[in-house]
Design a protein around this ligand. Structure first.
Ligand SMILES: [Zn+2]
Length: 479
């Protein structure tokens, strides 16, 4: 199908301006003239943008959040009990936060609520709690002690959580439904490309098959690795690549999350003296992975939240092929000026989540303490010093909403800069260069919205989203 979008205000990332013009789409690209059979759509008065790129999220996790029990607003034992008492063989729930809940949902409490197997993932995705039925069903006693995991309390942390997920693999049907729900969650906000990290609790072959069948969204997959050997899987996965699916990077976790106090810190948590988080790997252990990836031409993305994890990453990337491959830091929630200077020296790029600043506004000062707060969320400084940045939501940790993230980013960047970091920089971080100005010959990845994103603050959905010239989401059809 070819389209002619008539009279919209078309935004160019290149010059940061709107031009009112007709936009023609045929054969998946922006074309100079309308195709003969083009369907005309009047978008006069509306705004047309190049598709946004979420540079770090979890597509399948996003879909799972839509399908699983949502505990985000759960604030009492009663509310938790209502949410968990549903007819399912295994109840999977996600999104709890002990600060909102008012308590840790430990095994004893869960046992008093239900005898069905239940697993509750914290909103950060780094901790989960399970009841006795779930622990017995999957023999999780063996994980006791790993990364602070306490099976008596039913609390699984970090690598134990990952191990648990490997035991409780998703079925093919579950993966399919999650991809469908996740795709929609991005398209409805005008996000047409996602740097996704999905190798969690899914069989490898199944994951590759399902991801490579997606045609409504572009996926730059960051394949989650835990050691040098796993780089083989990235190489192997490349045979599945196509127009919509590219295996761009190896993703490595170096620490946990701030909320769970598992982000690896150089000094103790201010609100928990002696506790310094969980460091997954030291520089010596990361380096062979980076070296192997350098050799194979694979980008390495590291999850770093605490300054200790960042320190190990900086050491590991010394002398690597960062310049060509654009090795990347994901998150960076605290960094000294010296560490930012070394990011530049090593030519590292970063995927940041401005929306975390608002979500963490209550916990960050408690975790870091007043003296370290000036180094927290150093996104403005990173921009000033020259780190190539792209925006992201880390969905399902946060909503896939573009405007919520732009609002949070306003404290650091002009809207024009933010939009650039949400579009062309997102492609750049995948080592793909795109103008994002909706000019002749560009892929027709775009969306129409009734809001000027250089100013808008109110949450609004895309009216129609196109990927590869196909109308893949339409608000009017949803109703
Ligand atoms: Zn993530």
């Amino acid at each position: 199908m070819a389209y002619s979008l008539k009279g919209g205000r078309v935004y160019s990332v290149l010059d940061g301006r709107y031009v009112t013009r007709d936009l023609h789409i045929s054969d998946g690209l922006i074309s100079e003239v309308p195709a003969k059979n083009a369907k005309e759509i009047d978008v006069s008065g509306k705004f047309v943008y190049p598709g946004f790129v979420d540079s770090h999220a979890h597509l399948i996790g996003t879909g799972r959040k839509e399908l699983e029990v949502n505990l985000e607003n759960c604030d009492s034992v009663e509310a938790l009990s209502t949410a968990l008492n549903i007819e399912r063989d295994i109840v999977r729930a996600r999104g709890w936060d002990q600060e909102i809940l008012g308590f840790m949902p430990i095994r004893k409490i869960l046992d008093s609520i239900t005898s069905r197997p239940v697993i509750l993932t914290r909103r950060c995705g780094h901790i989960a709690s399970a009841n006795s039925a779930f622990i017995k069903l999957f023999s999780l006693e063996r994980l006791h002690g790993l990364d602070g995991t306490d099976i008596d309390l039913g609390v699984l942390k970090e690598r134990a959580f990952d191990e648990m997920e490997k035991t409780v693999l998703l079925t093919s049907g579950e993966v399919e439904s999650a991809i469908e729900a996740g795709t929609k969650a991005f398209l409805k906000y005008g996000v047409t490309s996602v740097h996704s990290d999905d190798y969690h609790g899914i069989d490898y072959e199944l994951l590759m098959q399902k991801l490579s069948s997606i045609v409504d969204l572009r996926v730059y997959e960051k394949f989650c690795v835990s050691g040098e050997k796993d780089i083989e899987k990235v190489i192997l996965g490349r045979q599945f690549e196509n127009e919509f699916f590219e295996l761009k990077a190896a993703k490595l976790y170096l620490d946990g999350s701030l909320g769970a106090r598992t982000a690896a810190m150089i000094e103790s948590y201010y609100d928990s003296p002696g506790e310094m988080g969980v460091l997954y790997k030291k520089a010596e252990e990361i380096r062979p992975i980076v070296r192997r990836a350098d050799k194979e031409g694979i980008q390495v993305c590291v999850h770093v939240i605490g300054d200790r994890a960042l320190e190990e990453a900086l050491k590991a990337f010394e002398g690597s092929k960062s310049e060509a491959l654009r090795h990347r830091l994901i998150h960076v929630q605290i960094a000294s000026e010296d560490q930012i200077r070394r990011m530049i020296e090593e030519r590292l790029t970063a995927s940041i989540q401005p929306v975390f600043v608002d979500s963490d506004r209550l916990i960050a000062p408690e975790r870091f303490g007043p003296s370290r707060m000036e180094n927290a969320y150093p996104f403005g400084k990173m921009r000033d010093m020259g780190v190539l940045l792209a925006l992201s939501t880390d969905s399902p940790v946060e909503s896939t909403s573009v405007i919520a993230n732009l609002n949070s980013a306003d404290r650091y960047f002009s809207r024009r800069e933010s939009i650039e970091m949400y579009t062309s920089n997102g492609h750049l971080l995948a080592n793909s260069c795109r103008g994002c100005s909706l000019e002749l010959g560009e892929p027709a990845d775009l969306f129409v919205i009734d809001a000027d994103l250089l100013k808008a603050n109110e949450e609004l959905l895309s009216e129609m989203t196109f990927v590869g010239g196909r109308l893949v989401y339409s608000l009017s059809e949803i109703g």
